[in-house]
Design a protein around this ligand. Structure first.
Ligand code: NAD
Ligand code: IPM
Ligand code: MN
Length: 360
């Protein structure tokens, strides 16, 4: 199979981890006889520095003409520390999601058994946890452009959802549940917010088309609690953009680390694959970032965009095998990890890539 993959390293550890994701994709191509042609484009702080625009037209054109995108992260301390700056790296990411119609962000929370001890949650609560989040990605308060203002005295954003936006992601979530444990938990704040009351009503309507799927509705505050109290009680979680953003960072602790969570953003056409974490200024340049989220995002890319199931499973198996052999990055190491088994970003990428070759 011949495919074009565009890499958007972005900022901070985005560059470090996408290099590992790419390496594993190259190994897969070699082992399975595919031809993946890679090209690069700029986004975020990097793009602002070189062009003044966090999502230059040239980048967008490349993205519209590629088969799949592997993205790192955007963000820079300069902007985080100065809320008055008008041009910001994150605008590039949001515009890209909107322009490419990437309305559904799938965030699987899968705990590798080997990492039971890496989490701060008790192993007996965690064992077997397997959740698939459907986070709506192009609506909500992130895109309430009809009402967003800051006059330095008062500021507001608008949380807004339209029926069609809820319907299309709800269908995706229910269909996914049919291939899993047939349960959807829809998370909102319908006891307070009008946009959530619309969300809940639409999900109730869509649910009627899937009588084999159990649906439950949960308020976001209770869901945040329940995720930690009993993560195994969830199967598919369907939620809006803001709640999904927050709950999935929380849920990363079920998988052991922010460095473990991959995601797939899909919608109208091309798919984009990225870790859920950010540019992690605190560890940028130290060579210690966990590349597994990017590598697992590459596995999602192979499966969802290219339909290469065996290749995708090979990547996941290589990760599993590497963890079984005791290798860890610093964020997922525990007191029992031998010092020589704690690897840096690049070496971990190489170990997984070698493992792909050994397995195939
Ligand atoms: P973050 O996800 O970058 O980091 C949160 C914490 O998790 C940090 O302690 C970091 O060291 C750790 N962490 C994250 N990824 C890791 C990895 N792969 N391996 C080991 N540890 C890891 O979130 P933040 O600190 O709130 O944000 C930093 C910047 O990233 C901000 O500018 C923010 O806007 C941006 N951001 C971007 C994205 C994205 O591009 N998708 C996502 C989240 C945050
Ligand atoms: C994420 C990030 C982004 C979001 C930011 C950087 C715009 O936190 O991808 O989870 O909030 O969607
Ligand atoms: Mn986030």
């Amino acid at each position: 199979m011949k495919k074009k993959i565009t890499i958007l390293p972005g900022d901070g550890i985005g560059k470090e981890v996408t290099a590992c994701g790419k390496k594993v994709l190259e190994q897969i191509a070699e082992c399975f006889g595919h031809e993946f042609v890679f090209d690069y484009a700029v986004i975020g702080h990097d793009a602002i520095e070189s062009t003044g625009d966090p999502l230059p037209e040239e980048t967008l054109t490349k993205l519209k003409n590629t088969d799949a995108i592997l993205f790192g992260a955007v963000g820079h301390p300069k902007y985080d520390n100065d809320p008055t700056l008008k041009v910001r790296p994150e605008q590039g990411l949001l515009k890209m999601r909107k322009e490419l119609g990437l309305y559904a962000n799938l965030r699987p929370i899968k705990l590798f058994d080997e990492l039971l001890e890496a989490s701060s949650i008790k192993p007996e609560i965690l064992r077997g946890a397997d959740i698939l989040f459907f986070r709506e990605l192009t609506g909500d308060v992130y895109f309430g452009e009809r009402g967003r203002k800051n006059n330095n005295e008062t500021a507001y954003d608008t949380m807004i959802y339209s029926k069609f936006e809820v319907e299309r992601i709800a269908h995706k979530a229910f269909k996914a549940a049919q291939t899993r444990k047939n349960k959807v938990t829809s998370v909102d704040k319908a006891n307070v917010l009008e946009s959530s009351r619309l969300w809940r009503a639409v999900v109730q309507e869509v649910a009627k088309e899937y009588p084999d799927v159990t649906v439950e509705h949960m308020f976001v505050d209770a869901a945040a609690m329940k995720l930690i109290q009993n993560p195994r009680s969830f199967d598919v979680v369907l939620t809006g953009n803001l709640f999904g953003d927050i709950l999935t960072d929380e849920a990363s602790q079920i998988a052991g680390s922010m460095g473990m969570l991959a995601s797939a953003s899909v919608g109208d056409k091309v798919g984009l694959y990225e870790p859920i974490h950010g540019s992690a200024h605190d560890i940028t340049g130290k060579g210690i970032a966990n590349p597994l989220a990017s590598i697992l995002s590459a596995a999602l890319l192979l499966d969802i965009s290219f339909g290469l199931k065996e290749e995708s499973e090979t990547v996941i198996k290589a990760v599993e095998k590497t963890l079984q052999e005791g290798y860890r990055t610093k964020d997922i190491a525990d007191s029992s990890t031998a010092l020589e088994k704690i690897l840096g970003t690049e070496v971990m990428g190489n170990v997984i890539s070698n493992q792909v070759r050994i397995i195939t």
